[in-house]
Design a protein around this ligand. Structure first.
Ligand SMILES: Cc1ncc(COP(=O)(O)O)c(C=O)c1O
Length: 502
């Protein structure tokens, strides 16, 4: 037996991810806050965007570190390889896609949310009530009844998916959760304009309805859905034995910001007993704009509404919201409570409704905190003024385009989207598309400004979607000036190329 005890392996100290030296981490944390605020304060001085150098791309492909390099070194890597090369959407001259900018204060609240790190599946805790409060605020702003359900989601794509799942289950003449979707005679169909965002098609595919179940209806010159064609399509489908169940209306289409006639859609849906879902990804929050809220009148009549807070409420990603008028249908679609998730009357799991009973997700992040604190800090009217400011800026840019002979407005400016192109005259349609595409790359790659692009009736458009609280009218003056200078240069090159070919 002698010596046996000495052979026992030494007991290693147990590990944790809390710091050994709290003061050291505290100092680093303070530095991070100072650096990030300084970074935001000086945004305007930097290019809107810059391409990733190859060396950085390589530096972001290392083998997984097995040994600690330390928090300080990890932060330095972030500063060196990540911070200089973001998407650019926080810059005052970023207007691509529909992004949103975030705010310095909301960035700070993200740290608080990660610190308490509540799981927002549900339960008896204050964060749960914060989300309920935010949803209640949004519900009342958008004119939904007090008993409507709602929750924060990752974005409008997820809001659309959740809402359309409820719509499908509520309107199916059979129990979809139990039996899935039978093919053949019960082919369920839904309707939306051709200008509808691709997330609706994705939802139709994910829901097992298939792409062709989504009937895409023509739009008028205003890019809003043609109501007569919509009704005709529905009638034809009914006559052919399909089961129409839902219309998706647009409060702000992605291409041009067009708004469907929401009131007329609500009337039609009532007549045909169809679910009305409205994709208001950005447009829904025009409800806050003092002089333009009338443009989305009727939105409050929807059965469900999806919209983003990371677009026109300027929150950092991710934050979207879905509201459903029929709470029971919503719950019936998603609630599933196995033994290990029982939420009884008391304890941590008890007392309040679980958000996961209304969501695809079980574990959910504390997205609500940034929204709750930002609305408290700024007051919702301030957001309304900023949204109005963006709409006014879009009109300003639209006017600049119309007043400039070498520029052409390609779609009416309804809300905050401006589609235009450089067209000095005497250039073929095909070459104009190439020219404007090159112009877009030039503006982005030189860090001047970041519109994105789309095709309007086949014409390549520079597209500005203004959901940016940092933009100033002078930024649009600068954009137009640069488009003229750079477009002019490109046009010259094209003309010289032609001359060389001839
Ligand atoms: C009209 C519309 N619907 C849906 C979406 C999808 O939103 P998200 O990217 O937040 O999922 C967008 C995004 O731009 C949009 O413009």
């Amino acid at each position: 037996m002698n010596g046996k005890l000495d052979d026992k392996p030494a007991i290693k100290p147990e590990e944790t991810l809390d710091p050994e030296d709290w003061d050291e981490l505290r100092a680093l944390g303070h530095r991070m806050v100072d650096d990030m605020l300084a970074y935001l304060e000086s945004l305007r001085e930097r290019p809107v965007w810059q391409p990733l150098p190859d060396a950085v791309t390589e530096a972001l492909q290392t083998p997984i570190p097995r040994q600690p390099q330390g928090a300080q070194a990890a932060y330095e890597d972030f500063q060196q390889y990540v911070l200089p090369y973001p998407t650019g959407n926080i810059h005052p001259r970023f207007w691509g896609w529909v992004m949103g900018t975030g705010t310095p204060f909301a960035a700070l609240t993200e740290m608080l949310a990660a610190t308490v790190n509540s799981n927002m599946a549900g339960g008896h805790h204050a964060p749960n009530r914060v989300e309920a409060q935010v949803v209640a605020w949004l519900r009342s702003l958008l004119g939904f009844p007090d008993d409507a359900s709602g929750l924060l989601v990752s974005g409008a794509s997820m809001a659309n998916l959740i809402a359309l799942t409820v719509a499908r289950n509520a309107k199916a003449p059979f129990d979809v959760r139990e039996h899935g979707l039978p093919g053949g005679k019960h082919r369920m169909t839904l309707y939306a304009s051709k200008e509808t965002h691709s997330s609706v098609q994705k939802a139709a595919e994910v829901l097992g309805l298939g792409k062709t179940a989504l009937r895409l209806v023509d739009v008028g010159e205003d890019f809003a859905i043609d109501m007569d064609k919509l009704e005709l399509t529905i009638k034809t489908d009914i006559a052919m034995g399909y089961q129409p169940f839902c219309v998706v209306g647009n409060a702000g289409t992605v291409n041009t910001g067009a708004v469907d006639d929401l009131q007329a859609l609500a009337d039609l849906c009532r007549r045909y007993d169809l679910w009305l879902h409205i994709d208001g990804a950005f447009g829904a929050l025009a409800a806050l704009a003092p002089r333009d809220r009338h443009q989305i009148a009727g939105i409050e009549q929807a059965d469900s509404l999806g919209f983003d807070l990371h677009k026109w409420l300027y929150m950092p990603f991710e934050a979207g919201c879905v509201l459903v008028r029929h709470r029971d249908e919503h719950r019936r679609t998603f609630a599933l409570t196995p033994d290990y998730l029982a939420h009884g009357e008391r304890g941590i799991a008890g007392r309040f409704d679980w958000f996961s009973d209304y969501d695809v997700q079980l574990s959910r992040g504390f997205r609500a905190l940034k929204v709750w604190m930002s609305i408290k800090a700024e007051g919702i009217d301030r957001f309304g003024r900023l949204i109005q400011q963006n709409i006014d800026q879009a009109r300003y840019l639209g006017r600049l385009v119309e007043q400039t002979p070498q520029l052409e407005l390609l779609a009416p400016v309804t809300l905050n989207v401006v589609c235009f192109r450089f067209n000095p005259g005497g250039i073929s349609e095909f070459s104009l598309n190439r020219l404007n595409e090159k112009l877009l790359y030039d503006l982005q790659e030189q860090g001047i400004a970041a519109p994105s692009s789309t095709l309007i009736n086949g014409e390549f458009a520079l597209r500005c979607a203004i959901t940016n609280h940092r933009s100033r009218r002078s930024d649009f003056d600068f954009l137009v000036q640069q488009v003229l200078i750079r477009g002019g240069r490109l046009a010259q090159t094209i003309t010289q190329e032609w001359a060389a070919v001839k």
